[in-house]
Design a protein around this ligand. Structure first.
Ligand code: ATR
Length: 271
């Protein structure tokens, strides 16, 4: 039986084993998928031992996505652009590194009824690794504009420069948002870890516009609550992105695309 694992630190609360078990059952694939805790200073050693034991692939989560990028022997173009790897595949030519986070976000957004990314004015909040990872796949959907706004404006401007060849992307600070309007606001900041939202002006959302939080939780996140308070047409947290990025990894490893809908329903029966 083929073995796979998610590697992170911490890893105890990871939903990935449950998600991949559901995918395996749904597609009739015979595999084992575990959660493995790696010490902060020994990701590479942990990975080497697991590869030697015959593991076929890995999901990589916080804080190891940059180290996974560094140890991969080959990279997908989207991983190269992201500067981070969330999926490793053991191949005869070594470790292939991919990044399925951006595709996961795009798929999760497209699963929202009525949402079209083509022609949309999108605001992306934050300028860390999470945002870098989703810029190329978002721009590939041909939004009218994609504006990156960050508490530290220079980081957003740098990102906009790095991705300018891929589409209409701009960058700046949060204080430059006053008076602007967007069809979709995506939160890629870490503010939600402290149950906070970035400091945003009222009236950013066009009528019917949506709010997507890349973070998720058992209760509505701070950003989802912000969206509701702003009269958003719809709000979603990042559980859909988590399931969809896992589906992309599963497809890479197993050559078949699982259906994310039933897995979402199993993880959050009330929705
Ligand atoms: P990740 O890899 O998860 O993106 P990161 O690289 O540490 O994590 O980036 C965290 C992002 O959240 C940054 O854009 C950060 O803003 P700064 O670049 O100004 O630090 C943003 N962030 C964190 N806490 C925030 C808060 N309370 N308000 C607004 N932005 C916040």
């Amino acid at each position: 039986m083929d073995h796979y694992a998610v590697i992170g630190n911490p890893i105890g609360h990871s939903k990935s084993p449950q998600i991949h078990s559901l995918f395996a059952r749904q597609t009739g694939q015979d595999l084992v998928y575990e959660a493995i805790l790696a010490p902060p200073d020994d990701f590479a050693g942990t990975l080497r031992r697991l590869v030697a034991q015959g593991y076929r692939g890995f999901s990589i989560t916080v804080p190891f996505k940059h180290q996974a990028f560094a140890v991969a022997d080959r990279l997908s173009e989207r991983a190269r652009r992201a500067g981070a790897v969330n999926t490793l595949q053991v191949t005869p030519d070594g470790l292939f590194g991919d990044n399925t986070d951006g595709a996961g976000l795009v798929n999760a957004l497209q699963a929202v009824p009525g949402v079209t990314l083509a022609g949309a004015r999108i605001l992306l909040l934050g300028a860390g690794g999470a945002v870098r990872g989703v810029l190329a796949p978002l721009l590939a959907e041909h939004p009218a504009s994609l504006h990156v706004a960050n508490r530290t404006p220079e980081k957003a401007s740098t990102l906009a420069r790095d991705f300018a060849d891929l589409g209409p992307v701009s960058g700046g600070g949060l204080d430059g948002l006053e008076g602007r309007h967007f069809d979709l606001v995506i939160n890629g900041t870490a503010a939600g870890l402290n149950d906070q939202v970035p400091d945003l002006p009222d009236g950013l959302l066009t009528p019917g516009g949506g709010c997507y939080d890349m973070m998720y939780g058992d209760n509505p996140t701070a950003f989802v609550r912000w969206g509701q308070s702003q009269g958003a047409g719809w709000t979603r947290d990042g559980l859909g992105m988590l399931v969809a990025q896992a589906a992309e990894a599963f497809a890479l490893w197993r050559g078949c695309q699982p259906d994310t809908g039933p897995v979402m329903a199993a993880l959050r029966p009330e929705t």
